[in-house]
Design a protein around this ligand. Structure first.
Ligand code: TA6
Length: 285
């Protein structure tokens, strides 16, 4: 079944189908919860998160678009503006196979044109089944070539310390905690020690998070994506975040999939670009 709840003009969509339960908010089109039946929750949402639309929700899967990270103009919001906009719920479908497919859209408007002077239409399709699939389609409705960076800024519900992240080895690594760090080859899988803010460029293969506490491995498979980002603020940097409790950095890690920095994407007028990510959970023996 699908249940809808509305407050502050924001809809909260609750899904409970043959495979899984999930919760989605139309504010930022963020998935807030996903758990296949009998399995541990995939996503983390901060206990201090704000859901009334006054700021992006801290947790779940925020959509960073049309830029990732700080804007060139510091008066503009970090990670773009669509994570802080209320999207329109377009369709809710139950597929023959029992999965639920939800589509949300965000179009350019006077408000967006004032921040970013390009016409666009953005669609996020979310498939809730034995796996979670997100597909973000950028449609360039302007008469110029668009240059964008983008990411699913996914907050995973697991302990970060000592977490093994496989699959990023072989890519180029930039440490954002060090000013003007130069790119280095990531030679091995990463064993996480917070704080961490690392960008892995030209990283297209599957990434695996080995979550021993919950006896599971999370697989991240992506299409049309060349970057991964690993972030956890650790005990000091976390104090600068009003919407994360000082102790809560021990509860999550962000592993983000998309196209960031040098891996920017260009979209010709009237053309589309489709970014897609699939999250699966595999049981560990
Ligand atoms: O993706 C990592 C990052 O860009 C970090 O630098 C960190 O600040 C984090 O995202 C959170 O950003 P936010 O704008 O949501 O506070």
């Amino acid at each position: 079944g699908v249940a809808l709840n509305q407050e502050h003009g924001i809809e909260i969509i609750e899904i409970d189908n043959d495979f899984a339960k999930a919760v989605i908010t139309t504010h930022g089109a963020s998935v807030l919860s996903y758990a296949p039946h009998g399995q541990h929750e995939l996503l983390w949402v901060s206990g201090e998160a704000v859901f009334d639309g006054s700021k992006p929700v801290r947790g779940g899967i925020p959509v960073c678009w049309p830029w990732f990270g700080q804007a060139r103009d510091s008066s503009l919001p970090a990670h773009g503006f669509v994570r802080n906009m209320t999207w329109q719920l377009e369709t809710v479908q139950t597929l023959d196979t029992g999965e639920t497919r939800i589509s949300l859209v965000c179009h350019s408007s006077e408000e967006t044109l004032a921040i970013w002077p390009h016409k666009f239409s953005l669609m996020l399709t979310i498939e809730i089944g034995p796996t979670l699939i997100l597909t973000l389609t950028t449609h360039n409705l302007s008469d110029q070539t668009l240059s964008i960076t983008e990411a699913f800024h996914t907050y995973f519900n697991l302990a970060p310390e000592g977490l093994e992240i496989r699959g990023i080895e072989g890519s180029t690594h930039l440490n954002k905690l060090v000013e003007d760090s130069s790119a280095e080859l990531q030679a091995r899988p990463l064993v996480l020690t917070p704080p961490r803010d690392s960008v892995f460029l030209n990283q297209t293969g599957n990434v695996f998070l080995v979550d021993n506490d919950n006896k599971r491995q999370i697989k991240i498979a992506k299409r049309n994506a060349s970057s991964s980002v690993v972030w956890n603020p650790g005990a000091d940097i976390v104090k600068g975040f009003a919407d994360i409790h000082n102790d809560a950095w021990t509860q999550f890690v962000c592993v983000e999939s998309g196209n960031v920095l040098d891996n920017f994407i260009t979209v010709l007028p009237n053309e589309q670009h489709v970014l897609s990510v699939q999250y699966s959970m595999l049981e560990l023996a």
